[in-house]
Design a binder for this molecule. Structure first.
Ligand code: NDP
Length: 492
């Protein structure tokens, strides 16, 4: 760790301070560094296992005693104001996000706006958490109502730390719950900085929002096991999700899991191929491939596969790797040196088992030690290769040719995952058939990576359980209760 702060004031993100009372940390400090340059971005304190039980107790007390759980208008007001504060502070937040996570400033700005947009959407829904009421006979009546669950543990990853946080936190709060957040250890500063804008709201009851920091294997694990947590909402790797689900099962605790992917991007010969090349590039290189929905398996109809892949390789080789805040950079670094090492192992394997079509290169000079990996397109891999089957979370694309729709669907569905997919064709009937045939939570047609607060996302198979976003994403954070009235006493 170097002792040069990128911006000295970020060092004051020492979250033991009084203004960060919503962050419960009494452990050791750790350094948070820029993945391109290694410069220190912030110093962050860890929580302890005792802090976890304190945070959960605090959340339970706030849930039971504050007006939050029944105050839809209050929740709406607090969330609206937070969305506005995110927008008002976008310059500072985006720069911090870019430095800490390594993503380009342009993507960081998009992310701050996406987080604000999700918050707006659930601020609106907070006043409309409706149930149903029905006659059940001449004298009986039933009211079925959604109630907040209580205390939600929200555990988030580092790749889209603000947007993915708000995709879980905003509906959890809007539904009336208290929330304990455990962000990824690689992105604590942006999480704390952004949430301090929410915690500062005078109408947010103390204890409704608490943040814990530190290693997932210690603090995350203690949170999953803590007494008093009613639901675990986890976004991260499938293996971590599986272990969380096993632990939750011992206590019959509700889980929502947003996990990994290995998404197919299917290009038919009748597509607008120029548009599809641009879409395929974006699909596998957004966030330098560190996005759960990355279109990391390109399936191309054989008759156009040669020309399509040549055009894609030329575009990928022309990208400029560099510092994420440099406006001339078109491919940002990965989040860390260890992520780079992990991706490079897959690339070594790809060279051994298939044909790498793109140039191998790295930035020179002071960025030569940065977490950079070039865009890497690989052909001739068998379907069973780990490079084709496993989520790499880096700028690696495998390409495969197909002859007809049935083969395209079989290849698309040929992994354990089912998070997202793309289909490129001008034939509407084919787009519909492919949309129904592919087993994934999202299918984009002639586009990729467009997300809306209004629409649900989630996975089939190893990509997860439950849905986030949209109306269903709100009700995930409620439990349904039936209250029954009968004016006639019936003795059995
Ligand atoms: P991880 O599963 O490693 O970590 C996610 C979060 O879980 C982090 O906060 C981590 O803490 C914490 N954690 C780690 N181990 C445990 C544990 N035993 N108990 C409780 N919490 C734990 O994922 P990454 O952060 O590496 O994120 C990348 C993954 O997230 C990819 O697989 C990606 O596909 C997936 N993802 C899924 C999305 C979706 O919507 N489906 C969206 C974005 C990402 P710490 O950082 O301290 O280790």
């Amino acid at each position: 760790m170097t002792d040069t702060f990128v911006r000295p004031e970020w060092a004051t993100l020492d979250i033991g301070k009084a203004e960060h009372r919503f962050v419960v940390t009494s452990g050791e400090s750790f350094g948070d560094t820029d993945p391109a340059t290694g410069a220190l971005v912030a110093v962050v304190r860890s929580s302890t296992v005792d802090d976890v039980s304190d945070a959960v107790a605090r959340a339970n007390a706030a849930f039971s005693s504050s007006p939050w759980r029944n105050g839809g208008a209050l929740r709406s007001r607090v969330l609206w104001r937070f969305a506005e504060r995110l927008r008002a502070n976008i310059d500072e937040l985006a720069e911090l996000l870019s430095r800490e996570q390594g993503k380009s400033l342009r993507e960081a700005r998009t992310e701050v706006l996406a987080a604000a947009n999700l918050t707006d959407y659930y601020a609106g829904l907070a006043r409309s958490v409706y149930g149903r009421s029905m006659a059940l006979g001449d004298t009986a009546h039933g009211v079925v109502l959604p109630e907040p669950l209580g205390v939600i543990a929200v555990i988030t990853p580092w790749n889209w730390p603000l947007q993915l946080l708000m995709r879980s936190l905003a509906p959890a709060l809007a539904a009336g719950n208290a929330v304990v957040v455990k962000p990824a250890s690689l992105t604590p500063a942006i999480t704390v900085r952004a949430l301090s804008l929410l915690a500062a709201d005078p109408d947010l009851p103390e204890g409704i929002l608490t943040v814990l920091l530190g290693a997932g294997s210690v603090i995350g694990d203690a949170l999953v096991e803590a007494d008093g947590v009613d639901m675990i909402c986890f976004t991260g790797e499938s293996a971590t999700g599986s272990s969380i689900m096993r632990k939750a099962a011992t206590r019959i605790r509700k889980v929502a899991l947003e996990l990994g992917g290995k998404s197919p991007n299917v290009v038919f010969a009748d597509a607008d191929l120029d548009k599809a090349v641009a879409g395929a590039l974006d699909a596998f290189l957004t966030t330098t491939g560190q996005i759960c929905t990355a279109g990391s398996r390109l399936l191309v109809e054989r008759s156009v596969a040669g020309e399509f892949v040549d055009a894609l390789v030329a575009r990928a080789d022309a990208l400029s790797l560099g510092d994420q805040l440099d406006p001339t950079t078109t491919l940002a670094p990965l989040v860390s040196g260890s992520q780079r090492a992990s991706v490079e192992q897959y690339i070594d394997r790809a060279r051994a088992e298939g044909t790498v079509l793109t140039r191998d290169r790295r930035p020179e000079g002071e960025l030569s030690e940065g977490a950079f990996v070039p865009p890497t397109i690989v052909a001739d891999l068998p379907m069973e290769s780990a490079v084709v089957q496993e989520e790499i979370f880096g700028p690696v694309l495998t390409v495969h040719a197909f002859d007809d729709e049935d083969e395209a669907v079989a290849l698309a569905n040929g992994t354990q995952f089912g998070l997202a997919a793309g289909v490129w064709t001008r034939d509407v009937d084919r787009a519909w058939r492919m949309g129904r045939g592919i087993r994934s939570g999202t299918v984009w047609v002639n586009t990729y990576h467009h997300f809306y607060a209004e629409t649900e996302v989630g996975g089939f198979g190893a990509s997860g359980l439950g849905r986030q976003g949209g109306v269903q994403g709100l009700y995930e954070f409620t439990e349904t209760k039936h209250i029954n009235f009968d004016s006639k006493v019936t003795l059995w």
